[in-house]
Design a protein around this ligand. Structure first.
Ligand SMILES: [Zn+2]
Length: 326
């Protein structure tokens, strides 16, 4: 059975309307989105963690202070759904499959039990705007999450996020402070790297990633905002930090082997640095690892997303008939 037929069948079994165009779980065949007993329910196919194929279910309720309680209450009712994760307003359930899609009936089966469990621990959204509590008959998608948001709260949220985005764009960047923090962190990283390598007689490549993280954190803290200049500086400083750490390590080794003062040893090492570094087993590799750390941080400090995208469910696709038909 193809996915669309399967979803249609599931729609008939659960009474939840099927929307081919709303890919809220990432699957191109769309999803079922509707309400049951005042709760918002969505079902569909999608990728589970680790890339497994899965059936996904979303249950949404009025904001709770105790999502853990909801998880505990839903767990015994989850049937073949594997994981239940709960947040303040949403429970996510995933059922992983490897060969064929599970039988639609077996997917629909735990739903009544889940709803019954839900009634004991979470209030329904019950046709009310989740922000202001006014009556709101329509379910809309807020960044792909089925929600109830009245028109005025939609406008407010959009404006709020637009303002946050503008504010972020207009943030002052303090390049000198960022450079100062970043360089300070890089120097500390070098000393730690060289010292640890000397004391333990080995180089920990993973340490280079830590230095990348450390440099990036410090630099971003100083600069106040992630820009491409900041990203570039994180990369350069991390590589320099690890390279200088290597130099400190070589210099400490020369110092104790040849009984010369540290600064003299460091001078000699720096004069021939590139040759020593490329001759060493892990020299260049350590710089590469430092860059991996830096790239990771550059990615994790990417610009936050400020956007509220509201999409109405297509009113033309009327709910299908309830259980028992077909
Ligand atoms: Zn509202």
């Amino acid at each position: 059975m193809n996915n669309k037929e399967w979803l249609r069948q599931l729609s008939n079994l659960t009474g939840l309307p099927y929307y081919e165009e709303h890919r809220i779980f990432g699957d191109k065949n769309g999803a079922l989105i509707g309400t049951r007993d005042g709760y918002i329910v969505a079902l569909g196919l999608g990728k589970a963690e680790g890339g497994h194929a899965g059936v996904k279910m979303l249950l949404r309720y009025a904001k709770t202070q105790d999502p853990k309680l909801i998880k505990q209450t839903l767990d015994p009712a989850k049937g073949k759904f594997k994981q239940v994760t709960t947040e303040a307003t949403t429970a996510n359930l995933v059922r992983i499959y490897s060969l064929g899609k599970p039988d639609a009936a077996s997917v629909a089966e735990p739903l009544p039990g889940l709803l019954a469990a839900m009634k004991t621990c979470a209030s329904p959204i019950d046709g009310k705007c989740e922000e202001c509590g006014r009556d709101e008959p329509q379910v809309v998608l807020l960044n792909d999450l089925p929600s109830r948001y009245c028109p005025s709260c939609q406008v407010q949220l959009t404006q709020k996020l637009d303002a946050a985005a503008t504010e972020y764009e207009n943030l002052e960047t303090n390049l000198p402070l960022g450079l100062l923090y970043g360089a300070g962190a890089a120097l500390l990283g070098s000393i730690a790297w060289g010292g640890v390598a000397y004391l333990l007689h080995r180089i920990f490549l993973w340490g280079a990633i830590l230095i990348g993280l450390f440099v990036a954190k410090a630099l971003v803290m100083g600069i106040g905002k992630v820009t491409w200049t900041a990203r570039g500086m994180i990369g350069v400083l991390t590589a320099a930090s690890v390279a200088f750490g290597d130099a400190i390590f070589y210099a400490l080794t020369v110092m104790s082997d040849d009984h010369v003062p540290f600064m003299a040893a460091l001078k000699a090492v720096l004069a021939n640095f590139w040759k020593i570094e490329t001759d060493s087993d892990s020299g260049v590799l350590s710089i590469v690892f430092g860059l991996i750390g830096a790239v990771w941080v550059m990615y994790s400090t990417r610009k936050p997303a400020f956007k509220a995208r509201f999409v109405t469910l297509d009113t033309a696709s009327t709910p299908l008939s309830g259980p028992g038909t077909k």
